[in-house]
Structures are given as C-alpha cells and as structure tokens.
Design a binder for this molecule. Structure first.
Ligand SMILES: O=C[C@H](O)COP(=O)(O)O
Length: 257
C-alpha cells in the first residue's frame, strides 16, 4: 500500500454512495448500513436505499451524528419502464420522507426503441420536483444501451433536461459500470459546460476498480473537478476493501466499528 493509495482510499470513502438495494433488505440491515457509513476515517457521501427505508436511514444517521451523510433513493428502479405519473409519485413520496438525492432510472428501453422524448420528459419532470431540494441522478443503464451513440444521446439529453448527475448503472443488469461508458459520459459532461457529475455504479468492489474512473475523470475534467458534488461511486461492496487497505478492521458487531 503506497502513500498515494492511502490517500486514494480516504478520498474514495468521501465519494462513496454506500448502497443496499436488495429485495430482502430489512430495517436491521439498513441500520447496519448507516452505522457502516460513519467509518473511523470519516463518513461516506451518502447511503443509497430503497424508498421504504428513506425515513429510517435519515433518523438513524441523525441519531448517530451522521447529519452530513445524504440519503439517496431510487425511483423507476430497476426496469426504467414505469409510467411517468408513478415515477413522479415515487419521487414526491421520497422527498416527503427526507431523501436528499433521487437516483431515477432513465427509460432506456424507450430510447432503444427509438423514443428519446420519453426520457427527456421524465428527467425534466423529476427535476422540477427535486428543484433545489434534492440532487437528481439519472441512471442511464449504459450496459443495456451498449451503443456508444445511444450512451452519448442519453447523456446529453439527461444533462439538457436537468440531471445533476448521470449514473452508469442500476447494478441489476449483466453489464454495469465500464470505463468505456464513463469516458463517453465524462466527455458529454465536459462539452456541456453544465454543472453535472458522474456516478459509476454496479460491480465496483476494489480500490483498483474505482481508480480507473477517478483517473478518467481527472484526465477529462481536471483534478480540481473531483468532489462529492461531481463524482460518486455507487457500490454495495467497495467500502470493505477501502477500509481494509487503511488498516481499519471490519465491524465485529453488526455495523458498529
Ligand atoms: O447504485 C448502485 C448499485 O446498485 C450498486 O451495485 P453493486 O451492488 O454491484 O455495488
């Protein structure tokens, strides 16, 4: 472990959306997640949970002194094909429950079928609800879009419609975050001139997995661009490796360090 890797592991913890999006998630598992979010070397950026756990996550983080940790949740997740009204209702409820960040799945199947308008309208309507209250992250599901031209179009449309972040993946399909998709997305962010961030997500398990994206982001947008407002890593299993490299033992008692 070099000094550079130690710094990198620290930095990645501050950029992490510590995620639990399992069908069998329970209150106990989300409380455990919130405890793990407050590591001995500093808090993660956010926890990301299903909508029914937003209020619990907020209460738990606050009770533990984790007020700086954002609560993110997912809508139109994971298939990305719910009706607009339903997505808006999910978003309203999540905001009412205290969500700070909404990760909405872009209707990627519609784009694959030649309909770009549906995605644009959905992002615009979700942004109107989030306004200045919550960050809107738009999950493009780049592994399913696959074609670089479609990834570019979805990125540019989401940015133009008001996304605060564009995110690669739900973590629920065969191909999740890839460097190729992230490069296209970062180039779209850079060329847009808009204040929008990138969230690689899905399948990131080690510091080396994450390093690829950090280096790409630095190469395309510059080191000064890197901050929790511009770069997040969505991952359920990355924190363990980061802490391990920093010599922090895994919590013995549930999520308590
Ligand atoms: O949004 C984040 C992803 O769902 C996490 O995927 P993962 O479980 O492969 O880390």
């Amino acid at each position: 472990m070099t000094e550079l890797d130690t710094t990198l592991a620290h930095n990645l913890i501050a950029l992490l959306d510590l995620t639990s999006l399992n069908d069998d998630d329970s209150d106990a598992r989300i409380i455990d997640l919130c405890q793990r979010a407050l590591t001995p070397v500093g808090p993660v950026a956010a926890v990301c949970v299903y909508p029914r756990f937003v209020a619990l996550a907020r209460r738990t983080l606050d009770a533990l002194g984790g007020q700086t940790v954002a609560v993110a949740t997912v809508t139109n997740f994971p298939a990305g094909n719910a009706a607009l009204d339903e997505v808006l209702e999910q978003t309203r409820q999540a905001l009412a429950d205290g969500a700070d960040e909404i990760d909405v799945v872009y209707p990627y199947r519609a784009l694959l079928a030649g309909d770009a308008d549906r995605g644009f309208a959905l992002v615009r309507a979700c942004k109107a609800l989030c306004a200045d209250r919550a960050l809107l992250k738009v999950i493009l599901e780049t592994g399913e879009l696959a074609d670089p031209a479609l990834i570019r179009q979805a990125s540019l449309d989401a940015i133009e419609a008001g996304a605060d972040f564009i995110k690669t993946s739900t973590g629920k399909v065969a191909v999740n975050a890839t460097a190729e998709a992230a490069r296209i997305m970062l180039e779209c962010i850079a060329s847009s001139g808009v204040n929008v961030g990138l969230k690689p997500a899905g399948g990131l398990k080690t510091l080396d997995d994450a390093r690829v994206y950090l280096e790409l982001a630095e190469a395309i947008n510059g080191g000064q661009w890197i901050s929790p407002r511009h770069l997040r890593f969505g991952a359920s299993s990355l924190l363990g490796d980061l802490l391990n490299r920093l010599g922090v033992p895994a919590p013995a008692d549930g999520g308590r360090y």
